[in-house]
Design a protein around this ligand. Structure first.
Ligand SMILES: O=C1C[C@@](O)(C(=O)O)C[C@@H](O)[C@@H]1O
Length: 265
């Protein structure tokens, strides 16, 4: 379990994260002010969607502005690469420098680092980020398929070895089995390690995976500020998401299988 700003991630209902998707400083400030009054515990700044400037200094000013508006929320910084569904192409060097500059503000509570980048940038990169006080969410995204279970389990193992504090696996389903496999992934991974994990099956078909974290063990779920601001297919608006999570909340201990019992709350 991970505790940030008095929020326990990995305990009870999955924690809700709302992305800020604005292209300009003005749009970002407007969204941040709305997030302030939202039920989300975590706010994600999708820095790759900021198109006003490509200068690192301007990006850092924007990050600090968001942190200033939302001191109570857990701030997740994400620069999503084009290869994994993001909007702005960057070199590996630029990705490295952006992440380190963002971490050095010491305003970032959680940083999304793509598994595919860490394989190149190495363990030292992760350690340099963590020294600045940020926790690391290592992520992997497949926008055209859901990989084999063994591949996803392997990726979580590598994330764990690289020093992730949370792992996140998001993939596109082609059928019901893909959604069910994703929902069962945390239970399967538990045979190998205890890393807190968020699993997301994207699109309309996968929506159900975004509301079942309390029983599947997925620790975090993304909900949009409103339908127009969604950052990935299948996200549910945050107020509806909270309502459904509350409705599905399990108040008693339950078993994930015959020989395993999960503590709730
Ligand atoms: O990685 C994720 C998860 C996500 O892709 C989703 O499917 O909700 C949304 C992204 O903003 C975030 O960075």
């Amino acid at each position: 379990m991970l505790e940030i700003k008095n929020t326990k991630i990995g305990n009870g209902r999955p924690k809700m994260c709302v992305p800020i998707t604005g292209k300009t400083t003005e749009e970002i400030a407007e969204q941040a002010n709305r997030v302030k009054h939202s039920v989300a515990e975590i706010v994600e700044w999708r820095a790759d969607l900021f198109h006003e400037s490509e200068e690192i200094d301007d990006m850092i000013d924007t990050l600090e502005m968001i942190a200033g508006i939302l001191p109570e929320k857990i701030l997740l910084y994400t620069f999503r690469s084009v290869e994994e569904g993001g909007s702005r192409p960057v070199s590996l060097k630029m990705y490295h420098d952006l992440c380190l500059s963002a971490a050095s503000t010491q305003k970032v509570d959680l940083m999304d680092i793509e598994f595919g980048k860490v394989e190149y940038l190495g363990r030292k990169f992760v350690q340099d980020l963590k020294i600045q006080g940020t926790k690391i969410m290592m992520s992997s995204h497949d926008y055209d398929q859901t990989p084999e279970d063994a591949t996803m389990i392997y990726r979580v193992g590598v994330m764990n070895q690289f020093g992730a504090d949370i792992g996140k696996i998001a993939a596109m389903p082609h059928n019901l089995q893909d959604v069910l496999r994703m929902m069962n992934l945390v239970s399967r991974v538990r045979a190998f390690n205890e890393l807190p994990i968020a699993t997301i099956s994207m699109s309309d078909l996968g929506k159900v995976s975004r509301i079942t974290g309390e029983i599947t063990g997925s620790v975090l779920t993304f909900g949009s500020l409103d339908e127009a601001q969604s950052s990935a297919p299948g996200q549910i608006p945050i107020d509806e998401l909270q309502f459904v999570l509350e409705t599905l909340s399990v108040k008693e201990k339950f078993s994930t299988s015959d020989n395993d019992e999960r503590e709730v709350h």
